[in-house]
Design a binder for this molecule. Structure first.
Ligand code: ZN
Length: 240
């Protein structure tokens, strides 16, 4: 069994299609870590696709805010504009689906799915020090998370927490615990604009990271044409 782990698709149709083509034939089940929408110009495509294809899914903060958010005061202007645009663009049926997505942590096949951290779906695990408070709350050896849009994650050995290098495949060792981030499909922020994903094979105790180039220009243009902030288009091109 191999799992295709996707996070933070954010309504980016072209990135999602590129990832699916790249991973084709290499996985048995698709798992999603939230943020299907927000920022991108194709939210209905992303939600329709997830409804038809994800074996397990949890909501992200954007899925929550788009479908049931009351106050958006905590969000930067461009994020707020993206959420408001997405809300009016989504079909009533897809809004309803988003409002009912389960909140993580979600146990699945012996590992765990969360959006932000195991403690808080809105928390960002950016550096090893952010991970320490979450460690006592890990229910399984392996947890997948998203939200930061940075591929890699963290390994907690007995002595210390260290960042995982996504340039190499990750071998899961029985004595360590892992918080693994597949990266963002639709809006990477690790300085690499290519769409990110991960494949996990429990039999091989191995996680593989991948980056997929796609035709990002027209995707960025669609964001501007939709009337969303140009900064959202610009950051796609930079991967920031
Ligand atoms: Zn996100």
């Amino acid at each position: 069994m191999t799992f295709l782990i996707l996070s933070d698709i954010h309504g980016n149709r072209e990135a999602l299609e590129a990832v699916l083509a790249h991973a084709q034939g290499r996985y048995d089940q698709i798992l999603c870590l939230g943020d299907l929408v927000g920022y991108g110009a194709d939210p209905n495509f992303a939600v329709d696709w997830a409804r038809a294809n994800a074996a397990a899914i949890i909501r992200g903060n954007h899925d929550r805010e788009v479908s049931q958010g009351a106050s958006l005061d905590l969000y930067r202007q461009e994020a707020r504009d993206g959420i408001l645009w997405t809300r009016q663009a989504l079909s009533a049926d897809n809004l309803d689906y988003l409002s009912q997505m389960p909140q993580g942590p979600l146990a699945h096949e012996g590992f765990t799915l969360v959006h932000g951290s195991p403690l808080d779906e809105d928390a960002y695990l950016v550096k090893p020090a952010d991970v320490a408070p979450a460690l006592p709350h890990l229910k399984t050896q392996l947890t997948f998370f998203g939200h930061t849009h940075v591929q890699g994650g963290f390994v907690a050995a007995e002595a210390a927490v260290a960042a995982i290098d996504p340039a190499c495949a990750l071998e899961i060792r029985p004595e360590d615990r892992y918080l693994v981030n597949p990266g963002s499909v639709g809006q990477p922020r690790d300085g690499n604009w290519r769409a990110a994903y991960a494949l996990y094979s429990p039999e091989g105790q191995r996680v593989e990271f991948a980056r997929v180039p796609y035709n990002v220009g027209p995707t960025a243009e669609k964001i501007v044409l939709a009337g969303m902030p140009a900064t959202l288009a610009a950051r796609l091109l930079m991967g920031m």
